[in-house]
Design a binder for this molecule. Structure first.
Ligand code: PMP
Length: 458
């Protein structure tokens, strides 16, 4: 058995972790938690510490950890057929079944799915779908993609460009010129505190239209957005937002991609987030909740209308020249089939709605009057607490104080994992959809205690 010291040494010497301060890690200034086992909402590390994971990994382990039904489906698939590709004329029972199950759960006008591996590559596929489709429609100059500041769509080249968070651009020479960003529908940060939600939605819509006119509608292929901003701060859309945005896109013949990597398959208390907010997309990105992260798999769900264009394109120009070796990987597909069955059998969409509401209400009741809490928000099984130096004066903490990082650190010491969101002083919560009200109470009381511990002397 390897010792912790040995593993920590190899970790420092050989492992470049994602989104990590390499220097601090390499010099051993920051410790790595080596996770060993997990069950339900709890993970355990090599030191024997058990923590309630109120972020479900990276908001992906929707059904909770340690589900034997999924583990067995993966093992069976690996024994029978660990891999075969899905290029020209090939498929597997698992991938075909999963495509059907996804279509059954997607909005009625969307029935085709193109599988990938993770959210980033699915969004890469989406951009290529848009470019291809606009070409087939005879408007190749309709190429730019509009995304929102604070949106998250991956960390590849075009997907990192679409991500509207500065750390994902800095020193990479991004965003690429094909991507332009518009206003985030971040009501808490509205320009005028007296603005109603509806007025702020109209303001965001006007900003979008201004951008379209400035760039030229004939240069814009698509708009990509999460139904609810996730990594950018867990920000639900203000009332009337999607009602104001969609007609503008229609008017300028701009395709709509909803990135449901976080919201797909139940997290908002409805099967899909698009339906939840009355959005009619042309393409939907799915990943995380598709397999609850038991194996990597993602997808792009395409509307019937767009499919007709794809059919016409391939009839005219030959096969769609895009694919990954691991598109529709059978092990991911087997995990997906078992996962989506479990979501239904365990009633997790309903639990996300009901226990999610209980959790958010309890968090708001415990924290909304705290002198350093500016906002408590969320939807379904997603919540955020935004901290400020002086909420009444709309004054923020200085980033150098690292208040949120400290609170999240104190929470971990008390046995709960939450996430310091990457931009701003925002504590994020996205527990597994199987969270119980008792577990929700634990998360709330630990958050309150940790916040008091950090801010008590301020
Ligand atoms: N889209 C959204 C909305 C996401 O939240 C994420 C990941 N957090 C991605 C895309 C990228 O997915 P991946 O990390 O699997 O590439």
């Amino acid at each position: 058995m390897l010792t912790n010291d040995q593993l920590n040494q190899w970790d420092r010497e050989n492992f470049l972790h994602p989104s990590t301060h390499f220097g601090q890690h390499g010099r051993g200034e920051s410790a790595t938690r080596i996770v060993t086992t997990a069950k339900g909402c709890y993970i355990e590390d090599r030191d024997g510490t058990r923590l309630l994971d109120a972020f479900a990994g990276l908001y992906c382990v929707n059904v909770g950890y340690g589900r034997t039904e999924i583990a067995e489906a993966i093992a069976k698939q690996a024994h029978e057929l660990a891999y075969y590709h899905s290029y020209v004329g090939h498929g597997t029972e698992a991938s075909i079944t999963l495509a059907h199950m996804v279509a059954e759960r997607a909005p009625a006008h969307m029935n085709k799915v193109y599988f990938g591996l993770g959210g980033s590559d699915a969004n890469e596929t989406n951009v290529k779908l848009v470019w291809y489709i606009q070409n087939v429609l005879g408007r190749p100059e309709k190429r730019k993609i509009i995304s929102r500041w604070r949106g998250y769509h991956g960390s590849g080249l075009i997907t990192g460009s679409m991500t509207g968070l500065v750390p994902f651009h800095n020193k990479f020479g991004l965003p690429m010129s094909e991507v332009v960003h518009t206003e985030a529908p971040y009501y808490f940060r509205r320009p005028d505190p007296d603005m109603s939600q509806e007025a702020f939605s109209a303001y965001c819509a006007a900003k979008l239209e201004e951008l379209i006119e400035r760039e030229g509608a004939d240069t814009i292929g698509a708009f990509i957005a999460e139904p609810l901003l996730g990594t950018g701060g867990i920000v639900p859309p203000p009332a009337g937002y999607w009602e104001a945005i969609q007609p503008i896109l229609k008017k300028h013949e701009i395709l709509l991609i909803t990135d449901e990597v976080v919201t797909g398959f139940g997290r908002l208390g409805t099967m899909m987030g698009s339906t939840h907010y009355g959005i009619t997309p042309d393409i939907i990105t799915i990943a995380k909740g598709l397999t609850s992260a038991y194996a990597p798999l993602s997808g792009s769900i395409v509307s019937d209308d767009l499919y007709k264009v794809l059919e016409e394109g391939t009839d005219k120009f030959g096969p769609f020249g895009h694919g990954w070796t691991y598109s529709a990987h059978p092990i991911g597909a087997a995990a997906g089939v078992a996962n989506l069955k479990l979501v239904d059998e365990l009633g997790l969409v309903q639990n996300a709605r009901e226990t999610g509401a209980y959790f958010r209400n309890a968090m708001a009741a415990a924290l909304k009057d705290h002198r350093f809490v500016g906002d408590v928000r969320g939807d379904g099984m997603l919540a955020a607490v935004e901290l400020q130096r002086d909420p009444g004066a709309r004054a923020d903490f200085d980033a150098s104080e690292k208040v949120t990082a400290q609170v999240v650190g104190e929470m971990a010491k008390r046995g709960v994992i939450a996430r310091a969101m990457p931009q701003g002083e925002i504590i994020g919560f996205a527990p597994p959809l199987c969270l119980t009200p008792q577990e929700a109470d634990t998360v709330v009381s630990v958050t309150r205690d940790a916040l008091d511990a950090v801010t008590g002397a301020m």
